[in-house]
Design a protein around this ligand. Structure first.
Ligand SMILES: Cc1cc2nc3c(=O)[nH]c(=O)nc-3n(C[C@H](O)[C@H](O)[C@H](O)COP(=O)(O)OP(=O)(O)OC[C@H]3O[C@@H](n4cnc5c(N)ncnc54)[C@H](O)[C@@H]3O)c2cc1C
Length: 394
């Protein structure tokens, strides 16, 4: 059976790959249970099904841009979209750390990059075309009251076969790495809002910053940039990382941490991420630092990012200025799970919302409209799976 990228999930069945949207519509309407998978980069059973898992990889590949809108098919990945948009003089406002992930699958879980004024990747969606459970093809756009519930849809509402995305004029980014920061002295709000995108990498003791700016940064809190390229994991060669050292380059080659032409690793990791209101970040960071000795044995590295609030019902950034506390764990579920539970316990006072595509055990109460929307679009629960039910989403 196929596995997810990390190899910690073995799916219950192989993928079915329709070659046309009509074939997909027929397939969906004829099956009792269906899930759709993107590029399989999630770390839990969100995309799993015992019955049918549909992959869109063999559907026709479409990318089109006109003015400030790009329309793409549901099987496009950021690694293809980025250079193509750039060649057309356009850009996405933001990207995740890895460009290999599918756009539809990333949008469905509210995948994000960083930047206090940058929304998550789902906020770029202005319309989507969906094959619903009875095989209908419907289009939802921002004028539709259901749209805000449907964009971060976790594959529970139908199969997204086309997305329209907001794009902006292409821009350059200067990326720098700064080392030797300390949580004791850094002004968190000032640091996180000091550039277009800022990521802090930490093991909850040492702190380093990845700063991505839309102009050269002559001075960053009096620190000198690192003397060579760096990988987020200290000591690991940086050849898979996007160019640093303040060398300007196109947005799609600087906003992700990893280059599209290489895989950063063979999936030897698990990931968790918890989103909290930005105002709680200093206190939450202190709580995690206090437990650093218990977290570090299961941790490869943590990353702290910011994301702007949005109005998408299942987005972890829904109506909150957000700080994302990310954990790249070692690839050992038995050792990692107790530490995930410890982190969830420590963060409980700070109203955490988990990343839907990563490892977590406590789900927040979902937006009340989502289950009704799912019932309206999928009355027989064709797209329901154990993950969605266990987490109280349906
Ligand atoms: C190395 C690595 C780095 C990562 N970096 C980041 C990061 O920087 N920021 C971040 O937020 N996340 C990050 N992630 C997590 C990742 O972005 C999410 O798990 C994302 O959902 C992966 O997209 P996918 O296409 O692989 O989705 P999948 O895992 O294939 O599916 C995820 C969900 O999307 C649904 N879905 C997929 N395609 C469709 C479709 N066409 N229509 C409807 N629903 C669909 C599935 O049903 C499922 O519910 C990272 C993951 C890895 C492995």
């Amino acid at each position: 059976m196929p596995t997810n990228w990390a190899g910690n999930i073995t799916f219950q069945t192989g993928t079915t790959q329709p070659e046309t949207v009509d074939e997909l519509r027929e397939l969906v309407s004829g099956r009792r249970k269906v899930r759709v998978i993107g590029s399989g980069h999630s770390f839990n059973t969100i995309a799993d099904s015992a019955d049918t898992i549909v992959s869109l990889d063999r559907l026709p590949y479409e990318m089109d841009v006109s003015g400030d809108q790009a329309t793409i098919s549901g099987n496009v990945r950021y690694s293809t979209l980025g250079p193509w948009l750039h060649g057309n003089g356009r850009a996405l406002r933001n990207m995740a750390s890895l460009p290999h992930i599918s756009v539809a699958g990333s949008v469905a879980t509210a995948t994000h990059g960083s930047g206090v004024t940058n929304g998550n990747l789902a906020t770029a969606v202005s319309a989507l075309e969906l094959v619903t459970a009875d095989g209908d093809l419907i289009t939802l756009d921002r004028s539709d009251a259901r749209f805000a519930g449907a964009v971060v849809g976790l594959g529970a509402l139908g199969v997204v076969v086309r997305l329209t995305l907001d794009v902006v004029p292409a821009f350059d980014v200067w990326q720098y790495v700064y080392e030797g920061l300390s949580f004791d002295t850094l002004d968190f709000d000032a640091v996180m809002s000091s550039a277009y995108s800022v990521s802090l990498f930490t093991d909850w003791s040492d702190v380093r910053a990845w700063v991505k700016a839309t102009e050269p940064v002559p001075d960053w809190f009096g620190l000198r940039p690192a003397d060579g390229p760096r990988h987020p994991l200290p000591g690991v060669p940086a050849e898979f990382c996007t160019q640093q050292g303040g060398v300007p380059g196109p947005w799609f080659e600087r906003l992700p941490h990893f280059r599209p032409d290489f895989m950063p690793s063979a999936g030897e990791e698990l990931q968790s991420e918890f989103m909290i209101p930005k105002a709680y970040a200093p206190a939450a960071i202190e709580a995690l630092r206090g437990a650093g000795d218990r977290i570090r044995p299961a941790l490869q590295i943590s990353e702290i990012r910011t994301v702007a609030p949005d109005d998408l019902w299942l987005s972890p950034m829904f109506e909150r200025e957000t700080v994302c506390l990310h954990f790249t764990w070692i690839a050992d579920t038995a050792q990692v799970m107790p530490v995930v539970e410890l982190v969830e316990e420590l963060l409980e006072p700070y109203e955490p919302r988990p990343h839907w595509g990563k490892v977590f055990t406590r789900a927040p109460r979902p937006h009340p409209g989502f289950a009704s929307l799912a019932r309206e679009l999928d009355p027989k629960g064709v797209f329901a799976n154990d993950f969605l039910i266990r987490n109280g989403l349906l």
